[in-house]
Ligand binder design. Structure first.
Ligand code: ATP
Length: 545
């Protein structure tokens, strides 16, 4: 039996497994939790570290600056950076985040809940001449049923009167509704409790040093990218990198999301893995296509796939004025309604917008690269650093402001997608050969938190001693786990839930010929290998993960 349970159930099971096995915990749980913040437990921290390590190895250390990889216009260089979370507040003014990084929110006066305006939609319901708009959130599961049920309740209709209710088939977004007094909010019982939309800046504000007024005000970075742009000159001056080259950074970012939800998908503190790739304006379109395809391949190589992963090019009207191309890599998370996808990563062609903004001042996003944004008195809205961030090619001697391609990924969304993709329920034999249900995480071996587990079949006859010896040898090279408690079938199932690809069992035969049983998590096949071959066998099977 190979079962993929229904979506809604599957998500609840995944969340339960994450808690039970120590992948993810609600932050500050013993104090009631803090909405939008998550802690990674002992297995979760290894999973996320493996994702970040795979990204760094494949994107930064693994590139070859002598040979152009498949699809790349030329060879290129890559380097890393680790910038601070709190930076000069002027950075956010020139980047546009101070003025523009906001969402519109609506509050519900009745339920006291807050929603992102663009995430509320609903259906029109009509009964005996009265028309109401039954609102729900985009990501709510089973919204059809939910809106019908709430409309029936509002009109006090019994199930047998269902056909007397006229309900529109399609959902309309809230911004198309003129009369807010006719709206039944997503969690409200009475009409007209939603406020008109208001702007809400998503940056967390803090104060640096002893100054408590606006003079000391600073922000937690909402993206890691700006730390790279403002260090562009430092990197060029301190290394031998030449355009085309990329600077990569992994680090925490913070956004005061109005409605954090869907497990870790939309958190208020999260980690990003970003590359700013600097190239000549003349080749930037080719580099954009290279990075878009390279990043898509990375997820496929690590096991995301099927029709749950897609690359979506933005339509022309979705693009910023300075961008000639943007694509999102999206995954059909099980908490989303069927057919909907959530963003894992955005790859954007950003032109010279960012470097020029930090040189000159905030550019008018609508007219870049033509002019600075100015106040009503004609003065620049926000001044730039005044530093020359152009690049001089020492071979050709020409000077230009590089164009930027930005592949911007979220480590937490990647971890969540890999968890959802890996989750399966099927059956495996226990020690008596009886088939039992199991939950298994079929992680790619590179991502698995534990690569192998070592068990003595029983806690006697010298088996634990041999198993500990195998464990210690493997431990020097790989992340391995030792377990001697309980029936061996149960120990296998615990490792299946942790996503451990291989289990090694020391048994009666080991005492005779120093061979052990090697069990494969996915095929459930068991074979015998020599103790002396354990390290090489596991390393070969996981492919140097
Ligand atoms: P969304 O539209 O989902 O809010 P975004 O387009 O604002 O995302 P970007 O600013 O492009 O996201 O950030 C790059 C990546 O950072 C995203 O693709 C995502 O993986 C991650 N990310 C952004 N916001 C969050 C968040 N609140 N929680 C977790 N990850 C996030």
């Amino acid at each position: 039996m190979s079962g993929t349970p229904p979506m809604a159930k599957r998500m609840a099971d995944i969340v339960a497994l994450c808690k039970r096995r120590g992948f993810l915990f609600q932050s500050s749980e013993i104090y009631g939790g803090l909405n939008g913040f998550w802690d990674y437990g002992p297995l979760g921290v290894e999973l996320k570290r493996n994702i970040k390590d795979a990204w760094w190895r494949d994107m930064v250390l693994g590139h070859n600056e002598l040979d152009a990889p498949a699809g790349a216009p030329s060879a290129y260089e890559m380097t890393g950076l680790d910038a601070t979370i709190i930076m000069h507040p002027q950075i956010w003014k020139c980047s546009g985040h101070y003025d523009l990084f906001h969402d519109f929110m609506v509050d519900c006066r009745e339920s006291k809940k807050r929603y992102r305006h663009d995430q509320v939609r609903g259906r029109w319901a009509e009964f005996e001449g009265e028309r109401i708009f039954v609102a729900t959130t985009v990501e709510a599961a089973e919204e059809d049923e939910d809106t019908r049920r709430r409309a029936m309740k509002h009109f006090k209709l019994r199930p047998k009167d269902a056909e007397r209710l006229a309900l529109s088939d399609t959902f309309t977004s809230l911004d198309r509704v003129d009369d807010m007094t006719r709206v039944l909010g997503p969690d409200a019982k009475s009409l007209g409790t939603l406020t008109p939309p208001r702007e809400f800046n998503l940056m967390f504000k803090t104060f640096v040093g002893a100054l408590s007024g606006e003079e000391g005000a600073a922000f937690l970075r909402p993206e890691t990218a700006q730390g790279i742009f403002v260090n562009f000159k430092n990197v060029v001056d301190s290394t031998r990198v030449r355009v085309p080259f990329g600077i990569a950074q992994i680090g925490k970012s913070f956004r005061n999301e109005i409605t954090p939800r869907n497990f870790t998908f939309r958190s208020r503190e999260f980690e990003q893995m970003e590359i700013e790739f600097f190239c000549r304006p003349t080749t930037s379109a080719e580099w954009y296509r290279y990075w878009r395809d390279r990043r898509m391949r990375w997820y496929l190589e690590l096991g995301l796939g099927g029709d749950r992963l897609r690359l979506r090019e933005h339509d022309r009207d979705e693009l910023s004025h300075y961008s000639t191309g943007t694509a999102d890599i999206e995954y059909a998370f099980p908490f989303l309604p069927p057919g909907e996808f959530g963003e894992l990563e955005g790859i954007a062609h950003r032109g010279d917008f960012d470097l020029r903004s930090h040189m000159e001042g905030k550019l008018d996003p609508a007219t870049n690269p033509l002019r600075l944004e100015v106040d009503s008195d004609g003065k620049p809205r926000w001044r730039g650093s005044g530093k020359d961030l152009s690049y001089r090619d020492d071979l050709t001697n020409d000077r230009f402001v590089p164009h930027v391609i930005e592949p911007s990924a979220g480590a937490d969304r990647a971890a969540l997608a890999f968890l959802c993709e890996a989750y399966h329920e099927d059956e495996a034999p226990d020690e008596d050969g009886v088939m039992r249900k199991r939950a298994v995480l079929r992680f790619h071996p590179r991502l698995a938190p534990i690569k192998a587990a070592v068990f003595p079949l029983v806690k006697k006859d010298g088996m634990p001693e041999i198993a500990k010896e195998v464990y210690s040898t493997l431990k020097r090279r790989l992340s391995v786990f030792y377990d001697e408690k309980g029936a061996v079938g149960r120990r296998y199932r615990r490792q299946d839930e942790a996503g451990t690809p291989y289990c090694i069992t020391v048994d009666g035969q080991t005492l005779v010929d120093r061979t052990v049983t090697l069990r494969d998590r996915d095929s459930l096949e068991q074979c015998r290998i020599r103790i002396d071959d354990c390290v090489s066998e596991i390393e070969t099977r996981i492919g140097g993960a």
